[in-house]
Design a protein. Structure first.
Lengths: 299, 320
């Protein structure tokens, strides 16, 4: 498509275009344009709507380009709706989930990739089956079971962010373990054996050889589990009742269902929730894309 | 005596086996936390769920759930005879048939869109890297955000952008309630699912496309094959396995999906599916036994489908 060494005679833009175009390229350009607009338009609409006023939102026609950046929605969000509390809750759930998941899944993945022991296949297969399990099926027994245990031991199941972290761990650990085990298998075993022969213990091998070589995989597992916990809706919906304990998704759902519709506030909250994820994704895209194809985020 | 070959062998054997058992012990120690969490929060609840589906469990006895009265198949009968569950007519399909229609159609749509996107990105062009990243946005963005943006775009008021555009183009004269019109709502939920999940299909197909042997195309060029013929006789057959795997995976995940439909329509207007129905039984009516029975029916359907898929299609591809 480059036209750098094209002749110097002045030509009209249309001629220039026609010289470059073929039917194949034309269709390609149209389809690409269609894809890009249908992917990007909802995101544009989300961000632009968050900068509109209530009048602009509820008028006779939609406002396609806000006349100026209005912060009304954000003011309402952080004033009336106390959204900063929900942002904090989301971090309080997502960060522990990501960190604990990466530690535990690294341990498990190393064991299943490198060590020989009986019952390994049984464990690995049962972990894979979870991948196919409907979350909705587990929530009923979990709810009943945890209510019972909570009553017996004396902790509150409802509005307990710690419980939420545990249920997210159960969802993310199998996938994280599976991905990391696959990655560990790509590290040549000879490197580890050399270290073992040099007198390192297993744990030294793990710390000094395997983990430093696996930093990209570890980073992507942290990000996946963070994203899963950040986006999770169903478990948070069932386990959280108090507005002050809501994570962002549940709070956005509440704002949306407010008797007076306030789409601009919903869009502002959605923007706040989406932007960090998109930035994280773009910054780490090279590491993440491969894992996404391997089913890193079950979606 | 002690250095006889047999003793050495024995000694080595013991040393070897102790090393091995040491390794096994380390492995179990490393796996223990994950195994514990997965067992107590996934495997045990899954089995417990079967138990609940045969017992009367509601809010009144939730704190004493292990002594809930046994009710046999009552919960299952209740689900199957429920108005929201069973097939009435084409206009009112009930959650069970809607689930199947929704999962099959949106899985196929997802794969088709993913295939087109993968073919686009398989050609070299200047903005390929950034385009691929942008194409992934719907998949990585939080479901709550994208679902509510779609609802806001499809807003039934005149300020909804879809209504405005369609009215300006004179396709419709009055604003439509897109997500509150039976039929149209299901269609749009399917379109939404295709829009949100095509990037996953795209990535898998793209990876396979880039692994296809170039010489196949070169040979076809020599034979004077058209682009269409190359696509039909080389590309598609090469994609067979990845599309088969994708279909299975996406179908299962779509069948289990709760968030998308709950957030878009709340399960109303002919879009109720089994996961949403299960939620309604359990956390709207607080009848956990009936909810568990609905979830078991969902799982049973999934298992039946898996058996058919593995039994018929896998054998078919093997013979091929």
């Amino acid at each position: 498509m480059s036209a750098t060494t094209y002749d110097s005679r002045p030509k009209s833009f249309i001629d220039h275009l026609a010289a470059q175009m073929s039917w194949g390229k034309f269709i390609f350009a149209i389809v690409l344009f269609f894809f890009l607009t249908s992917v990007l338009f909802p995101f544009y609409w989300m961000v632009s709507s968050s900068f509109k006023t209530y009048a602009e939102i509820g008028g006779r026609h939609p406002v396609y380009i806000p006349s100026e950046l209005r912060w009304d929605a954000y003011k309402e969000l952080f004033g009336y709706w106390n959204f900063q509390r929900n942002i904090l809750n989301s971090f309080l759930v997502s960060i522990p989930t990501a960190l604990i998941a990466v530690v535990l899944s690294t341990m498990g993945a190393y064991a299943s990739a490198r060590l020989k022991f009986r019952g390994k296949n049984l464990i690995l297969n049962s972990i894979l089956i979870i991948y196919l399990f409907p979350g909705i099926l587990l929530i009923i027994p979990l709810f009943a079971m945890l209510a019972k245990i909570g009553a017996a031991i004396g902790f509150e199941v409802q509005d307990n962010l710690g419980i939420l972290v545990f249920t997210y761990l159960a969802q993310t650990l199998p996938v994280a373990l599976y991905m990391l085990a696959n990655y560990f298998r790509t590290i040549p075993e000879e490197i580890e054996q050399a270290a073992l022969i040099d007198g390192c213990t297993r744990s030294q091998v793990i710390w000094k050889v395997t983990l430093p070589l696996s930093v990209p995989a570890l980073v992507s597992v942290v990000i996946y589990t963070f994203m899963i916990a950040w986006n999770e809706f169903l478990y948070a919906l069932v386990f959280l009742n108090d507005r002050d304990m809501f994570t962002m998704p549940i709070k956005i759902n509440t704002i949306f269902n407010d008797p007076t519709p306030r789409p601009h506030v919903v869009m502002a909250a959605s923007t706040i929730m989406t932007i960090p994820i998109i930035i994280l994704f773009l910054a780490m895209e090279r590491y993440l894309t491969e894992g996404l194809a391997a089913g890193g985020v079950k979606g | 005596m002690s250095s006889s070959p047999e003793t050495i062998k024995k000694y080595q054997g013991r040393r070897w086996s102790s090393l091995q058992s040491q390794e096994a012990r380390l492995a179990w120690r490393l796996l223990l936390p994950t195994a514990l969490i997965v067992f107590s929060l996934v495997i045990f609840p899954a089995i417990f769920s079967i138990w609940i589906s045969f017992h009367k469990v509601d809010l009144s006895n939730l704190n004493d759930v292990f002594h809930a009265p046994y009710v046999g198949l009552d919960n299952y009968k209740r689900v199957i005879s429920d108005y929201a569950f069973k097939w009435q007519s084409w206009k009112n399909m009930g959650a069970y048939v809607t689930s199947i229609v929704y999962s099959f159609v949106s899985t196929i749509l997802t794969i088709i869109i993913g295939l087109v996107a993968a073919l686009l990105l398989n050609r070299p062009f200047r903005a390929r890297g950034i385009s691929r990243a942008i194409f992934l946005f719907p998949y990585v963005a939080p479901i709550v955000s994208v679902a509510f943006v779609w609802r806001w775009i499809l807003d039934p008021r005149p300020s909804g952008v879809a209504n405005d555009i369609l009215m300006r183009l004179n396709f419709i004269d009055r604003p439509l309630g897109f997500l509150s019109t039976p039929g149209l709502a299901l269609l749009l939920v399917i379109v939404f699912t295709g829009w949100r999940y095509f990037p996953f299909a795209m990535l898998m197909i793209l990876a396979r496309l880039q692994a296809i042997d170039r010489t196949l195309y070169e040979a076809a060029d020599v034979d004077g094959a058209s682009t269409w013929h190359k696509f039909w006789y080389i590309t598609l057959p090469e994609l067979r396995y990845v599309v088969g795997a994708l279909f299975l995976l996406r179908l299962i995940w779509t069948f289990n999906k709760f968030d998308d439909i709950y957030l878009l329509t709340g399960g109303g207007f002919g879009t109720n599916v089994l996961p949403v129905l299960t939620y309604q039984f359990s956390f709207r009516l607080f009848n956990f036994g009936v909810g568990a029975a609905a979830a078991m029916l969902l799982l049973a359907t999934l298992v039946i489908f898996l058996i058919i898929y593995v039994g018929v299609f896998m054998r078919y591809t093997e013979e091929d």
